[in-house]
Design a protein around this ligand. Structure first.
Ligand code: CXF
Ligand code: ZN
Length: 366
């Protein structure tokens, strides 16, 4: 079928709307009429070829929409169902077997390489291959092919146009708090970076009854937003001695910290602010080969834990509906992070996100 997609044809280049050809769903695939797709920082990493995603390509990995048709063998969803598309995984490796698909042994090829596992792409234009299947979806488009495995059926009570970011950025921050660190009520948390992931962590911490919640960022508007979403303290990472301030607020340091910045100096601070037996979750992706220096004695003698967290340790089939239920109960107002753009303005959406003017741009397909 003919669809409209935002095609990327050069490194760091603009997205251009093109009429392209999308295949019918193969076995295990789901054709989704995309309603809206969030813009995630990882799209920019792929755009800039800091990951080896081939071009031309259709990015977009926070899509939400309506099932149009399903391929042979699909039983999980049916035409008319509302779905959020999330990251893809193989379903057979030890991590997938343990319901830990965010650590799928094939995470990289299944999400970043712009092709199905057999090397094919469902997208083309006049015989030219357009790479697709990014995060098992490529949803900067009016229609997308995803997989039964990464399609999450969601309640029709929730507005579809806001749900896409639950498939990646919002799930990443909320899941770091709720699944990975399991921050209990009444325990302290420091969040470094008040972007979409960090602020989703703040919302989840608030919903969990955690406190005090301390947010560190260098953008005054984001710090103000963090306070309005439930943070108890907002610290300017450039203007004040963050580690000392957090020690002063908490006495012994925080029970939990999350780094979303991937800045090595900030990551070090996120470990240095931990109380004895505290746990730091590293959520931001730094460059391959980067080395993080730590105070080895402090980590060892305090029983402190430093761990990586991908996609909020989520099992999306259960966690995304849980987040939607919290949202419908008024306890997880992640829509406050979102600003909408028509697909025709995808380059403006990207620019506003990168400049920090908008927390979570979402493009609507119209
Ligand atoms: C990514 C971040 C880098 C590690 C894999 C998952 N999340 C998507 O945006
Ligand atoms: Zn993402």
């Amino acid at each position: 079928m003919q669809i409209t997609a935002a095609v990327l044809r050069s490194r760091s280049g603009p997205f251009g709307l093109e009429a392209v050809e999308l295949e019918e769903p193969r076995a295990g695939e789901v054709l989704v009429r995309v309603v809206a797709t969030g813009v995630c920082h990882t799209d920019m990493v792929m755009r800039d070829q800091d990951l080896p995603t081939p071009q031309p390509v259709v990015l977009g990995h926070e899509g939400a929409g309506v099932v149009e048709r399903v391929g042979p063998g699909v039983t999980k969803v049916a035409p008319g169902d509302h779905v959020v598309m999330t990251f893809n995984s193989c379903g057979t490796c030890p991590s997938c077997h343990d319901h830990a698909p965010t650590y799928c042994h094939e995470f990289f090829p299944r999400n970043f390489m712009g092709a199905r596992a057999d090397g094919s792409s469902g997208l083309s234009r006049d015989g030219e291959t357009i790479h697709a299947n990014i995060f098992g979806q490529s949803s900067f488009a009016t229609f997308a092919l995803c997989h039964e495995r990464n399609a999450v059926k969601v309640s029709k009570a929730a507005p579809l146009e806001i749900l896409g970011p639950l498939g990646c950025g919002v799930m990443t921050g909320a899941g770091a708090v709720m699944n990975a660190l399991k921050v209990p009520a009444g325990r302290s948390l420091a969040v470094f970076g008040a972007g979409a992931v960090g602020l989703s962590a703040v919302l989840a911490a608030k919903a969990s009854g955690a406190g005090p919640i301390i947010v560190v960022d260098i953008n005054p508007a984001r710090l103000a937003l963090a306070l309005s979403l439930g943070a108890d303290h907002a610290l300017d990472g450039r203007g004040e001695p963050v580690v000392e301030r957090i020690q002063a607020i908490t006495g012994f340091g925080v029970d939990y910290s999350i780094d979303t910045t991937a800045n090595l100096k900030v990551m070090r601070q996120a470990v240095d602010v931990l109380a004895p037996r505290g746990t730091c979750g590293l959520v931001g992706a730094s460059k391959m080969g980067d080395e993080l220096a730590l105070d080895a004695v402090a980590v060892m003698s305090g029983g402190r834990v430093v761990r990586g967290v991908v996609e909020g340790d989520a099992d999306p089939d259960t966690f995304i509906p849980e987040l939607i239920d919290l949202h419908l109960a008024g306890r997880f107002p992640f829509e406050k992070l979102i600003a909408f753009y028509p697909l025709e303005q995808i380059n403006e959406a990207v620019a506003d996100g990168e400049a920090g003017r908008v927390i979570k741009p979402v493009v609507r397909m119209g």
